[in-house]
Design a protein around this ligand. Structure first.
Ligand code: ADP
Length: 305
């Protein structure tokens, strides 16, 4: 399985980060600090995580016909991924997120989907060969649902693993859930998708049961610092995470997902893969930013040693 290929389909955003003392009121003008442009977007974060952690990655995504889009695409190639399926669309600019980080640690985010909105079913269909020739497909929900569903069907029909990290949270059609091998919501996303508020082990079991009834084989509910709840083949357990000093949890879930798929495609067991993924995610929470915080394979192995 060592030459397995992972296809990731999802968003690319340029995150415009600025630190503020407090969030400005309507009509208020505020001076911010430390303005930075950091590469983000859930799809891109997960693709970068998988590539840094050693997976062979195809990334299906859209950027605009602009400098930041081209720069990001180039950096993804330098990370070692195949960027042939990153389209440069002319109808919109590269996606962005305007992120204010307050001194309290809270953030406030406005997203412009931009080019990400053009990753529809027609475009996905044109990359069918890439999906069908990969061993697994990993997706999120920052790009149009019809494209996600189209990709899921192509992968499932070709007998490949279909994995969805259902973020940001939104209700989903049963048709999509029925294509999935695995789903990886956090507690909030699990509640929105199953109607069961996940507050403890028992409620996690109930929430997972709803996903299983809709056809999902493996359910992993990530619990932040508390680790991961797993439900698979009638067995449930909580796998503890690692204790670290958290600086910024941005991209923790993305790092977890990219790392998890990397380890599974190397032939690791589900529990071993979760262990590896939680180590990578724990490192990411000790650092600032999205792609800036994602560790390499060596850093993760050193952390585990
Ligand atoms: P999301 O970022 O999608 O909301 P979580 O917050 O559940 O996802 O985090 C995903 C994984 O990242 C967790 O299961 C855990 O392994 C790791 N993680 C997140 N926050 C922390 C933390 N404060 N300390 C250690 N590990 C963490």
């Amino acid at each position: 399985m060592h030459n397995s290929t992972l296809t990731i389909l999802g968003s690319i955003n340029a995150d415009h980060l600025i630190q503020v003392s407090h969030f400005p009121q309507p009509g208020e003008t505020l001076s911010g600090r430390n303005y930075q442009v950091v590469y983000g977007g859930k799809g891109a974060n997960q693709a970068v995580a998988a590539a840094r952690l050693g997976a062979k990655v195809n990334f299906i995504a859209c950027v605009g016909n602009d400098d930041i889009g081209r720069e990001m695409k180039k950096s993804f190639a330098q990370e070692g991924m195949n960027t042939a399926a990153i389209s440069e669309v002319t109808q919109a600019r590269t996606g962005i997120a305007m992120i204010q980080v307050a001194d309290s640690g809270e953030n406030s985010i406005v997203i412009s989907a931009g080019a990400n909105a053009y990753l529809n079913a027609d475009r996905v269909q044109s990359f069918a060969h890439i999906i069908e020739q990969s061993d697994a497909l990993l997706m999120q929900l920052e790009t149009p649902l019809d494209g996600v569903l189209c990709a899921a069907k192509l992968a499932k029909q070709a007998g490949k693993q279909v994995v969805l990290n259902p973020a940001p949270a939104q209700p989903l059609p049963d048709e999509l859930l029925g294509q999935l091998t695995m789903i990886t919501p956090n507690e909030t996303e699990a509640e929105i998708l199953t109607g069961v508020k996940v507050v403890d082990y028992q409620s996690a079991v109930q929430s997972a049961q709803v996903f299983h009834q809709k056809g999902v084989e493996m359910v992993l509910i990530t619990l932040g610092a508390k680790g991961v709840f797993v439900s698979h083949q009638n067995q449930q357990e909580i796998v503890q995470g690692f204790v670290v000093q958290a600086t910024d949890t941005t991209a923790a879930g993305d790092t977890f997902n990219g790392a998890l798929m990397t380890a599974l495609l190397e032939g690791k067991s589900l529990n071993q893969a979760i262990h590896f993924a939680q180590a990578a995610a724990a490192i990411s929470v000790t650092r600032l930013g999205a792609q800036t915080s994602i560790p390499t394979r060596q850093e993760t192995l050193d952390f585990l040693a």
